[in-house]
Design a protein around this ligand. Structure first.
Ligand code: ZN
Length: 82
């Protein structure tokens, strides 16, 4: 089974948390998060953001952490692909 790369995990993270992602995508995301600390941290932050926004009952706001993570991954020399 080929798990998501970081970029795919980040893209799926938002969809999956919004319950738009497919079951397959959720499984892939789960597999990726098992070995990727960066994305695990990202999804944890994203979850908090989504929960907070839902509590407020407002429109979803863009999550700034995504760009920061992608920039950090690029600076690290790759996006987690093997
Ligand atoms: Zn990752």
């Amino acid at each position: 089974m080929i798990a998501f790369r970081c970029q795919e995990a980040v893209a799926c993270g938002e969809e999956c948390l919004e319950a738009k992602g497919s079951l397959w995508a959720r499984l892939q995301l789960g597999a990726h998060l098992r070995f990727c600390v960066d994305c695990r941290r990202y999804v944890a932050q994203l979850t908090k953001t989504v929960v907070a926004v839902r509590k407020l009952g407002e429109e979803p706001v863009p999550f700034a952490g995504r760009d920061a993570l992608l920039a950090r991954l690029k600076a690290r020399g790759g996006t987690g692909s093997k």
